[in-house]
Design a protein around this ligand. Structure first.
Ligand code: WQD
Length: 336
């Protein structure tokens, strides 16, 4: 069975590709390498011993997407491709809407014409915005607070409407919380360009000596130690959630939404201490002012995915810290 991964050379896409190949699926990757590296393909081969079928295309381009579906019998699509930097989305909202929404519309049109009826969408917990309460549950009202989150929510609405209008179409929407970690081999991992925005890649770059010290954005939040609390999920657990989503899409119709998180919140200081303990490395830090747009506490209620997808996270915080470091120390400059 062939699965198309758009943006499959990216951080979550590549880890999902490995899990699919290990489970015996065939994988087609459509990626323009706008925000990923071709080296990932060799690394996937090293890990799994298998090749993927690559289409170096922009998924907004209907002719290229039509050609892919003409040539490849695709059973399901996992749509990872998209811009994902919150700050950049505030500076360039039109670029974000054009890219993140047009890709989905092009895929839906071409899938309809080629009788491809299963769509798994890479959404984000950022759709919830500033929560009225935690843990976050799927029925809660979205409250996007940035253009990136709004492009994800607009995609969710488009996909829901498409599924409501087409009895053959099965859609699964996955809202990710905070993915960190890497495949145990250390051959694939998170490779942000420039100074990392996210916490764990910043920590690992301090650990490897590329950055001097961590700046902790605020220690005066209403949390147990004053620093921000998030639901960190191992990227391999997240990847395995996509395999369950594929199985669910193949055996259901309509549109269903799931949180993919652990259900446990950890503070920034928890992460720093866990990283230091797991890897026996000191992470120097300084307290900085709060970052605009940050919230105090944010973590998932994963019960719906646990039950309906029969999916449970297996990796501990120690695993996440150890695997993050294993990737970074073997690849100090990421895929560069
Ligand atoms: C985590 C915590 C920061 C960096 C973002 C996106 C979200 C999703 C996941 C795509 C917060 C603190 C961070 C640093 C710090 N991406 N921090 N110093 O903001 O929860 O979510 O990534 O879907 O859309 O918003 O993740 O890793 O940036 O921050 O103190 O140098 O670490 O304040 O409390 P975030 P993050």
């Amino acid at each position: 069975m062939k699965i198309l991964l758009t943006g499959g050379a990216g951080y979550i896409g590549s880890h999902t590709c490995v899990e699919l190949l290990d489970q015996g699926y065939e994988v087609v990757i459509a990626d323009n390498f706008d925000n990923s590296s071709k080296k990932v393909l060799d690394r996937i081969k090293k890990i799994t011993g298998k090749n993927v079928i690559l289409y170096e295309i922009d998924v907004k381009d209907k002719m290229d997407v039509d050609k892919l579906f003409d040539e490849q019998k695709i059973e399901a699509v996992i749509h990872f491709a998209g811009f994902k930097a919150v700050g950049e989305s505030c500076a360039f909202p039109v670029k974000y809407y054009r890219n993140n929404v047009d890709t989905t519309l092009t895929l839906l049109e071409s899938m309809k014409e080629h009788n491809v009826n299963n769509f798994v969408f890479s959404s984000s917990a950022t759709v919830y915005g500033i929560p009225e309460s935690v843990p976050l549950q799927e029925w809660m009202k979205p409250g996007c607070i940035n253009p990136y989150g709004r492009t994800k929510y607009v995609n969710e609405l488009i996909l829901k409407d498409a599924a409501d209008a087409d009895e053959n179409l099965s859609v699964v929407l996955l809202r990710y919380f905070n993915p960190i970690g890497a495949h145990k081999s250390g051959l694939i991992g998170e490779s942000p360009s420039g100074i990392p925005n996210n916490l764990m890649p910043y920590i690992t770059q301090v650990a490897v000596g590329k950055l001097e010290q961590l700046g902790i954005f605020g220690d005066d939040y209403e949390t147990r130690d004053g620093t921000g609390v998030r639901d960190y999920i191992h990227v391999v657990d997240l990847a395995k959630g996509h395999l369950k989503a594929i199985e669910y899409a193949l055996s259901h119709k309509g549109c269903e939404l799931f949180n993919l998180g652990t259900g446990t919140g950890y503070s920034v200081l928890d992460i720093v201490k866990a990283f230091e303990k797991a890897n026996d490395i000191k992470i120097p830090y300084t307290i900085k002012p709060r970052r605009a747009g940050d919230i105090a506490e944010f973590y998932a209620d994963p019960k719906k995915a646990n039950k309906e997808l029969n999916w449970h996270t297996e990796n501990t915080l120690e695993d996440m810290c150890r695997d993050s470091w294993n990737w970074q120390k073997k690849n100090p400059n990421g895929y560069e």
